[in-house]
Write a protein that binds this ligand. Structure first.
Ligand SMILES: *[C@@H]1O[C@H](CO)[C@@H](O)[C@H](O)[C@H]1NC(C)=O
Ligand SMILES: *[C@@H]1O[C@H](CO)[C@@H](O)[C@H](O)[C@H]1NC(C)=O
Ligand SMILES: *[C@@H]1O[C@H](CO)[C@@H](O)[C@H](O)[C@H]1NC(C)=O
Length: 233
C-alpha cells in the first residue's frame, strides 16, 4: 500500500513538473514591480521599480516603459540596441526619464522620472516585448499629490467646472466616492453648488481621491485644466 501511494505521488509529481515546464516555456524570466502605488509630490524625482527574476542582464534586449492608461503607441521610455531611443517617446517625458545603466547588468530596469508633474499620474507598464510569454510585464501606479493644485484653484474650479456629474460618476466607478454623496451632489441647484459639495468630499478624501479628481478633470475639462496649469508655469 505504502509503495503504491509513494509511486502514485511520484507520478503526480513528475506530471506536475512536466505541466509547469511546458506552460512556462523556455523563457522563465519574470518581471516584477510593486503592488502598491508610488506616491509623489510635484517636482519630486522618483523611481518606478521593476526588475527581472531571476536576475540577468538586459543589455541586449528591448526594455519598454509605457502608459497603459493613455491611448498612445508612443513610449514613456524605450531602450533598444543597447541605448535609449527617443524617436518613439511621448513628448512630455523627453529629457525626464532614464534607466540605471549599471544596475541593468543585474536585471534592474527601474525607471527614474525627474520633475514629476500632476499629469504623470497614471499606470506605467514595464515590459520586455521580445519575451513573448506571460509574466514579462508588470504595471505600477503613480499617484501625484494634487492637493496644492486643488487649493490654489479652488475658486476657479468652483466657478468654471460644468462637467461636474461626469467627474463624480468617474469617482463613483472607481469606488472613491459613495453613492449617497453622489446623490447629494446631483441634487444641488447649480454647477457651483455641486462643485462646493464635491470639494467638501475632496477635502475629506485622501491623496488617491484628489489625484483621481485631477485625472478626471483633465479628461472632462481639458481646456480649463490646460489654462490653469499654464498659469502656473
Ligand atoms: C490604473 O490601475 C488601477 C489598479 O491597478 C486601476 O484601478 C485604474 O483604473 C487604472 N487607471 C486607469 C486610468 O486605467
Ligand atoms: C534598482 O536600482 C535603483 C537605483 O539604484 C534602486 O533604488 C533599486 O533599489 C534597485 N532595485 C533592485 C530590485 O535592486
Ligand atoms: C473662471 O470664471 C471666472 C468668473 O466667470 C473668470 O473670471 C475666470 O477667468 C475663469 N477662470 C478660468 C481659468 O477660465
Amino acid at each position: 500500500m505504502k509503495t503504491i501511494l509513494a509511486s502514485a505521488s511520484l507520478c503526480f509529481g513528475i506530471l506536475f513538473m512536466c505541466v509547469s515546464f511546458s506552460t512556462t516555456g523556455s523563457s522563465q524570466i519574470q518581471v516584477v514591480g510593486q503592488t502598491g502605488p508610488v506616491v509623489a509630490k510635484e517636482g519630486d524625482d522618483i523611481i518606478l521599480p521593476c526588475s527581472l527574476v531571476p536576475k540577468g542582464s538586459v543589455e541586449d534586449t528591448i526594455v519598454e516603459w509605457t502608459r497603459s492608461d493613455l491611448n498612445t503607441n508612443k513610449k514613456v521610455h524605450l531602450y533598444k540596441d543597447g541605448k535609449d531611443t527617443v524617436g518613439d517617446q511621448i513628448p512630455g517625458y523627453m529629457t525626464r526619464t532614464s534607466l540605471f545603466k549599471e544596475e541593468m547588468k543585474t536585471g534592474n530596469i527601474s525607471l527614474k522620472l525627474s520633475g514629476v508633474k500632476l499629469s504623470d499620474t497614471g499606470n506605467y507598464t514595464c515590459r520586455l516585448p521580445k519575451e513573448n510569454s506571460q509574466g514579462t510585464e508588470t504595471t505600477i501606479r503613480l499617484i501625484v499629490d494634487a492637493t496644492t493644485f486643488l487649493n490654489i484653484f479652488r475658486n476657479d474650479l468652483i466657478w468654471n467646472v460644468t462637467k461636474v456629474m461626469p467627474i463624480v460618476n468617474g469617482l463613483l466607478e472607481t469606488g472613491l466616492i459613495q453613492k449617497k454623496v453622489k446623490s447629494m451632489i446631483s441634487t444641488a441647484g447649480t454647477h457651483q453648488d455641486q462643485m462646493r459639495q464635491l470639494f467638501q468630499a475632496l477635502d475629506e478624501g485622501d491623496v488617491e481621491m484628489k489625484s483621481a479628481f485631477y485625472s478626471l478633470l483633465c479628461k472632462h475639462e481639458p481646456d480649463l485644466t490646460g489654462k490653469l496649469v499654464e498659469s502656473l508655469e
